[in-house]
Write a protein that binds this ligand. Structure first.
Ligand code: AMP
Length: 195
């Protein structure tokens, strides 16, 4: 099962990607997590992307494409994966198609979490507060100012990716404002056709 999970920042992509990946026994490939790990490890890649991420801007396509192409070749991704946070531009979607074609594989489905933008800001504040209460580290880009930049990047650069996949007949839209468990069930129902 090879999937892409789309949706604006704060829509619950990470949570749902984790659940779907577990249910279908494939790894979750989160570019945000991979890039944050690179920053935390102090690698050359991390140093390159740190400021960009803290501003809420998108990391250059060639950088993130190389990270994903490498990760797809790990053994655990041989039977499939859930891409979370990638592709975020049409150029990334086109590159993904090329990388998959070169491996003789393709996507089964693209799932999009649809969420009203006004709700997102409230959610992101909640996410930061919750992490703070649990004594967990609060993501530096989970503050209202940076979040607005992330939303702007989403509207300008990522929203067209929806149309890209719609035109390929791969797109399935799910209402991301429902309770978390219901969203998971709806996603799983869509995916039952491909399992
Ligand atoms: P996320 O955890 O998916 O919200 O990603 C956090 C940040 O990592 C984003 O705001 C971007 O700066 C960067 N990032 C993650 N995935 C991508 C991507 N596919 N393309 C460009 N930048 C990305």
């Amino acid at each position: 099962m090879r999937l892409v999970l789309l949706g604006p920042p704060g829509a619950g992509k990470g949570t749902q990607a984790t659940r779907i990946a577990k249910r279908f026994a494939v790894p979750q490939l989160s570019t945000g997590d991979m890039l944050r790990e690179a920053v935390a490890s102090g690698s050359v890649l991390g140093a390159h992307v740190k400021d960009i991420m803290e501003r809420g801007d998108l990391v250059p396509d060639d950088v993130v494409i190389a990270v994903v192409a490498d990760r797809m070749d790990h053994l655990d991704a041989a039977n499939g994966f859930v891409l979370d946070g990638f592709p975020r531009t049409v150029a990334q979607a086109e590159a993904l198609d090329r990388e998959l074609a070169a491996r003789g594989i393709g996507l089964d489905a693209v799932l999009e979490l649809e969420v009203d933008e006004d709700v997102l800001l409230v959610r992101i504040k909640g996410r930061a507060e919750e992490a703070g209460k649990k004594g967990q580290p609060v993501r530096r880009d989970d503050n209202p100012e940076v979040f607005k930049a992330r939303l702007k990047a989403y509207r300008a650069q990522t929203a067209p990716v929806t149309e890209y996949y719609r035109s390929q007949g791969l797109l399935h839209i799910v209402d991301g404002l429902q309770p978390i468990d219901l969203v998971t069930e709806e996603l799983a129902e869509v995916l039952s056709a491909f399992a």
